[in-house]
Write a protein that binds this ligand. Structure first.
Ligand SMILES: Cc1cc2nc3c(=O)[nH]c(=O)nc-3n(C[C@H](O)[C@H](O)[C@H](O)COP(=O)(O)O)c2cc1C
Length: 197
């Protein structure tokens, strides 16, 4: 069923009241999962996010969205420097933990994970993550019930592994396979300069 079949948009092409059908459609966007971490003088905080996306190559910018009442958002807007831990496929429990509103506030919330401080922001870099980004907040945009954040990537590191995926409102472990035979993929890489950041 689509929004028009359900009568929500009445076939007019206008997104009048897309509601549940459109939210279901949005849940079909597969995304990686990260933990945003921030350290201020007195505290540290982690927030699970799946809204992270690469935005610009020069300068290197990432975007992410946080709900207005997010504790992490408040701290991040004050501190401006923060880190993003891109989780690997075995870190679903970490993703759930940093989304759990009953977790302790303050540095104790990091007692469950091994971490080391980011040299740039002082924020926790979680051991075993697929990648780490050190970021500086450069702009915010009010976006409905969320705030859209734009941040410059000032440092980073990556390792081999598979990403944790958020899809259909659930976390998924994945084992990636090339969608085309490797010989064809190599040939197309030689002939086309990719647009990926
Ligand atoms: C897989 C997953 C992805 C999430 N992505 C986001 C996100 O992109 N933005 C957001 O505001 N909350 C997101 N959340 C919810 C927050 O992690 C959760 O509400 C958190 O406790 C609120 O943040 P806070 O601790 O900063 O208050 C996500 C939760 C999960 C489990």
């Amino acid at each position: 069923m689509n929004a028009r079949d359900s009568g929500d948009a009445a076939g007019s092409g206008e997104p009048e009241n897309c509601g549940a059908v459109c939210r279901a459609a949005l849940r079909r966007i597969a995304s990686g999962v990260g933990v945003l971490s921030v350290r201020t003088g007195v505290t540290m905080h982690g927030t699970t996010v799946s809204s992270l996306t690469a935005v610009s190559r020069d300068p290197l910018l990432v975007g992410l969205c946080l709900v207005h009442d997010s504790v992490g958002l408040g701290l991040l807007k004050r501190r401006r420097d923060f880190a993003i831990n891109i989780l690997n496929t075995a870190q679903a429990a970490t993703a759930r933990w940093f989304a759990d509103p009953s977790r302790p506030r303050g540095p104790e919330q990091f007692d469950r994970v091994e971490w080391k401080p980011d040299l740039f922001s002082g924020a926790p870099l979680i051991d075993g993550a697929l990648a780490w980004l050190s970021c500086r907040l450069v702009a915010t945009v009010d976006a409905g019930d969320h705030e859209l954040l734009l941040a410059e990537v000032v440092d980073g590191a990556a390792r081999e592994g598979e990403p944790l995926l958020n899809f259909g409102g659930r976390l998924h472990q994945v084992e990636l396979a090339d969608s085309v035979p490797r010989r064809l993929a190599d040939a197309s890489r030689r002939s086309v300069s990719g647009s990926a950041l």
